[in-house]
Design a protein around this ligand. Sequence first.
Ligand code: ADP
Length: 337
Amino acid sequence: MFHTARIKLTFWYVLIIMIISALFSVGVYRGLTYELKRSLKTQSFRYIPAPGTAGISIPISVLPEEVEQQIFNEVRHRIVFQLGLLNLGIMCLSAIAAYFLAGKTLKPIETMLDDQKRFVADASHELRTPLTSMKTEIEVALRGKTLPLKNAKELLQSNLEEVDKMQTLSNYLLALSKYEDDRASLPFEMLELSQIIEKAVSNVVIVAKDKEIEIKTELAPIRIEANKVSLVELFTILLDNALKYSHNKGQVVIRTKKSGKHVQIEIEDFGIGIKAGDIPYIFNRFYRADTSRSKKTIDGYGLGLSIAKSIVDMHRGKISVESIPNKGSVFAIILPQ
Ligand code: ADP
């Protein structure tokens, strides 16, 4: 598909260049033939003194008309040939350049469509897993002649867990599309950063209590122009990860500081850490580091950090991570004030 599009685009580029070149050539041809005619006319006359007049010269024709016409035709043919050659050269060069440029123009679209395809495939795969599990459980339950109340409740409980997972996934998918497409229409306002962080902390406090993890805050008084809802979501995602990948009875620290015209926010944990080889990919959609270590034991879809990155991008900021396996991770965000 992209090859055909590239050829078509090349064709249009070349066509436009050739139309311009042809118009230009017609102009050059007309100008040159006009000048040629004029110079032949001047050269074909010689001025000689008129008899009986003192010093007055009159033009007399020294070239026969046919010779003049023959020279004109010869030179005209040469001009046409050279202009044709020039146009052929322009066509070949512009075809090569146009093919190259068409490739460059289409590359980002091709990459975007590939990403989109992979995203849809990954999302469908993630949705299929809970659906298949629910279907199997329901089919097994229906196969028996009777369904005791206790088994029915267990079935509903298990189905509810799968529905919860699908709801989480659909929320993630919605968040992704919201922050990637809608960045211009989200309201920005002056906010007290510490209030945003406290709201995010309150969102994860139950998880922290469950794992007996202390969340320590070191917050400087900073005001920032930002979108409130998305910023709360950003810190909730990062705090949630910090808790998720921390050992029980651990500690998570969130600190803010001002540096010049920027604000730096760090979320530090002392949990399982991330291997250096995984770090470049963890912000990709659906990427989960080291499946044998985390996916089987810790729930997730690999979407949190890509949403976090979209939110940071939307605020024209930067997000980075430093991590040592089995020691912990520090996620650092820099936002313009
Ligand atoms: P999820 O947590 O749902 O898997 P994320 O996009 O939030 O998805 O994170 C992607 C991956 O990055 C996780 O699977 C995990 O391997 C790694 N990761 C993220 N945050 C941390 C952290 N604080 N400590 C260790 N690993 C982390």
